[in-house]
Design a protein around this ligand. Structure first.
Ligand SMILES: [Zn+2]
Length: 373
C-alpha cells in the first residue's frame, strides 16, 4: 500500500503560517478589529466568466426581520480525510467531529452553497441564512467509501452529508471535491476504491456536488516549474476528470499546499496538448473567511480556506469570530439576483461590478443590524 504521507501531510499550523506569508504577514495589528490584512489580495485577477444575464425583479422581503448582509464574509471549509478515530492528526479528522460541525453549522443558520456559483456572484441561499462552502481535497477514502455490501459508508463525508440532507431537507447536497484522478500511478485511485471510482464521480455530480481541479501530481515544486509543465499539470487534471465525466466543466482549482506557479496567470487559464482550461477561482490552504463576491477587493484567484481544528485561525476560531462579530457575517436575502446590504456596509461593495453582472443592489438602514445583539 502506498504511503502518501510525505505528499499530503503537513502540520496544520505550518500550512496556516505558509498561507499567511503569501499575504504579506500574519500579525494582527493592534487596534485593528478587522483581520482583512490576513488576506490582502493581489490584483492579478481577470474577472470570472459571467453567469447568464439576470434581469429578474427583486423579491419582496421584510428587511428589518431578515437583516441581510451580503457584504459579509463567508467561510470556505477545507476537509481532508475523515477517520473513525477520535483524534485529530495531520490531515485526518474524526468523522464524528465532522458530523458535529455540520450540525453546528445547521443550528447556526449556515447552509451549503455552490462554490462555482459563489465566485460568479450567484448566491442561492434562503433569506436569513448564511452561506458556507464545503471543500474536500485529495479524493481520500474517508470522503467517499462503499462498504462491502455496496452501500455508502454512513461515516464517510458523502454518507454524512447525504444523511444531513435526509434529516434536514433545507440542507442541500452541495460541496466541491478537489480530486486526484488516476493520472499519477504513484497515487491511489480516486477515493481509494478503483472499482467504484467511476460510480462515485457519477454519483457526486448527479447529487449536486462539484468536482474541482487539484492537479495531477500534487506537488509543491510547481512553484519552480516552467510554464509548459504547469499548464500540462492543470490541463492534464481536467483531461483525467473528463475521461470519467465527459464534457464536465472543470472550472474550480485548489492549489496543493496553496502553492502558486511562478507565472500566476496560469491558474486562470492555459492549454496543453490540445486541452484548454479556464478556472473561475483558485483556492488556497488557509486561513480566513472570504469576502463577498461583490466586494471591491474580492479576488477569486486568492481565496482562502479554513481548516478544521481549534488552533488560532482554524475553524473554531473563525466560526466563533463570525458569531461575535455579526456585522461581518454574510446573511443572505434569499434572492440570487440581488445584493442587499445595510447602509453601513454598502461601501464595501462595487456597484459597477454588480451592474456589470446584471444583479441588483439594495440598501437599507443599517442601524438595526449595528445595534442588534
Ligand atoms: Zn491536496
Amino acid at each position: 500500500m502506498l504511503d502518501t504521507t510525505q505528499r499530503f501531510h503537513r502540520p496544520a499550523l505550518a500550512r496556516i503560517a505558509a498561507a499567511a506569508v503569501l499575504f504579506g504577514g500574519i500579525s494582527l495589528a493592534s487596534g485593528c478589529k478587522m483581520p482583512f490584512h490576513l488576506h490582502r489580495e493581489a490584483k492579478v485577477a481577470a474577472p470570472p466568466k459571467p453567469v447568464a444575464p439576470q434581469q429578474t425583479a427583486m423579491l419582496p422581503l421584510d428587511l428589518t426581520k431578515v437583516q441581510p448582509n451580503e457584504a459579509g464574509m463567508v467561510p470556505i471549509l477545507e476537509y481532508h480525510d475523515l477517520v473513525a478515530s477520535s483524534k485529530v492528526s495531520g490531515y485526518q479528522y474524526p468523522a464524528a467531529s465532522f458530523r458535529q460541525d455540520m450540525e453546528w453549522l445547521y443550528a447556526h443558520n449556515y447552509r451549503p452553497i455552490s462554490l462555482s456559483e459563489y465566485v460568479q456572484g450567484r448566491i442561492d441561499c434562503p433569506a436569513g441564512m448564511s452561506p458556507v462552502i464545503l471543500t474536500f481535497d485529495d479524493a481520500l477514502k474517508g470522503q467517499f467509501y462503499y462498504t462491502p455490501d455496496g452501500k455508502i459508508d454512513p461515516n464517510c463525508a458523502v454518507g454524512i452529508l447525504d444523511d444531513m440532507h435526509a434529516r434536514h431537507p433545507d440542507w442541500p447536497q452541495k460541496g466541491t471535491f478537489f480530486v486526484l484522478t488516476n493520472g499519477d500511478p504513484k497515487l491511489p485511485p480516486a477515493f481509494y476504491q478503483a472499482q467504484y471510482a467511476q460510480g462515485k464521480m457519477d454519483y457526486l455530480v448527479k447529487e449536486g456536488y462539484e468536482i474541482g481541479n487539484h492537479t495531477i501530481h500534487h506537488l509543491a515544486g510547481i512553484r519552480h516549474w516552467p510554464d509548459t509543465k504547469v499548464e500540462a499539470e492543470f490541463a492534464g487534471a481536467v483531461k483525467n476528470i473528463q475521461a470519467m465525466l465527459p464534457n464536465y466543466d472543470v472550472n474550480t482549482l485548489a492549489l496543493p499546499f496553496g502553492v502558486y506557479p511562478k507565472n500566476q496567470k496560469l491558474v486562470i487559464s492555459g492549454e496543453s496538448d490540445g486541452m484548454k482550461y479556464h478556472n473561475l477561482c483558485a483556492l488556497l490552504a488557509g486561513a480566513a473567511p472570504v469576502r463577498s463576491p461583490m466586494d471591491k477587493d474580492f479576488n477569486p484567484y486568492r481565496m482562502q480556506r479554513i481548516i478544521p481544528g481549534t488552533e488560532k485561525f482554524a475553524m473554531k476560531y473563525w466560526l466563533d469570530w463570525l458569531e461575535k462579530n455579526k456585522s461581518e457575517k454574510f446573511v443572505s436575502d434569499g434572492d440570487p439576483n440581488t445584493f442587499t446590504v445595510n447602509t453601513i456596509s454598502s461601501g464595501k461593495l462595487d456597484p459597477a461590478k454588480i451592474a456589470k453582472n446584471h444583479f441588483h443592489l439594495r440598501t437599507y438602514n443599517g442601524t438595526t443590524v449595528a445595534s442588534s445583539k
